[in-house]
Design a protein around this ligand. Structure first.
Ligand code: VGL
Ligand code: ZN
Length: 198
C-alpha cells in the first residue's frame, strides 16, 4: 500500500495565541515532524479564508462567535475571524517542517461555503481535488494528524473512509476544540465510519 500522512491545519490561528486557539495545539508540531519520515507522501492542509467569509461571525450582524446559523447547505458554526488568506494566522506553525510536504492543499476559500474536510466543502458536494490527487498517485492508505480533532480532522477522516481509503487517526497527534460535546460525537462518528483511532 502507498501510505500518505495528511497533516490537517497546523496553523498559527489554531495554536495558543491564535484567533481560534486549540489548547495545546502547538504540542503536536515536533512529533508530527518526526513522523513525516515514515510515509511515502506528506500532504499539508491549510484553512484559507477570505475576510468576507460566511463562517466568520463578524460577517453576520448581531451574531457572536460559536453561535449557529443556517446556511444554504445547512447549519454552520460561526467562528471568530481566523486563517485569513495571507495573514500570519493562516501561516503554518513556524516549527512545522513544511519542507517535507509534497503537496499543500488550501480549503475554505469560497466566501459562501466553509470547508472542514480536506475532501469536500461543507455543502458536502464541492470537491477540493484531494481525492483525485491521492488516487492518481496510487495512495490508498492515509494517516491523519493535526487540528482540530473534532472539526477538520474528523470531517476529513470520515470523508476519506467513505471514499474507500484505509484511514487511521493518531489521536495523540491531534488536539480538539470540544464545542458542546463535539469531541465525543466526532470520535463516535469516526469509529462508525470505519476510521481506525489509535
Ligand atoms: C477548523 C473551525 C473552523 C479546523 C477550521 O481546522 O478544525 N475549525 N475552521
Ligand atoms: Zn476555518
Amino acid at each position: 500500500m502507498t501510505h500518505a500522512l495528511i497533516v490537517i491545519d497546523v496553523q498559527n490561528d489554531f495554536c495558543p495565541g491564535g484567533a481560534l486557539a486549540v489548547a495545546e495545539g502547538d504540542q503536536i508540531v515536533r512529533p508530527i515532524n518526526a513522523l513525516m519520515t515514515e510515509f511515502d507522501a506528506v500532504i499539508l492542509t491549510q484553512d484559507w479564508h477570505p475576510s468576507d467569509h460566511s463562517s466568520f461571525a463578524v460577517n453576520h450582524p448581531g451574531k457572536a462567535p460559536m453561535e449557529m446559523i443556517e446556511m444554504a447547505y445547512g447549519p454552520q458554526v460561526l467562528w471568530p475571524d481566523h486563517c485569513v488568506i495571507g495573514s500570519e494566522g493562516a501561516a503554518f506553525h513556524p516549527d512545522l517542517d513544511t519542507s517535507r510536504a509534497d503537496m499543500i492543499l488550501r480549503k475554505g476559500f469560497r466566501p459562501l461555503i466553509d470547508s472542514y474536510s480536506a475532501f469536500f466543502e461543507n455543502d458536502r458536494q464541492t470537491p477540493t481535488g484531494l481525492e483525485g490527487t491521492l488516487r492518481s498517485r496510487g495512495i490508498d492508505k492515509l494517516t491523519l494528524v493535526g487540528l482540530a480533532t473534532d472539526f477538520c480532522v474528523n470531517y476529513s477522516a470520515v470523508d476519506a473512509a467513505k471514499l474507500g481509503f484505509d484511514v487511521t487517526v493518531r489521536l495523540a497527534l491531534c488536539r480538539g476544540i470540544d464545542l458542546d460535546g463535539s469531541m465525543a460525537a466526532a470520535l463516535d462518528g469516526m469509529r462508525a465510519a470505519g476510521v481506525t483511532l489509535v
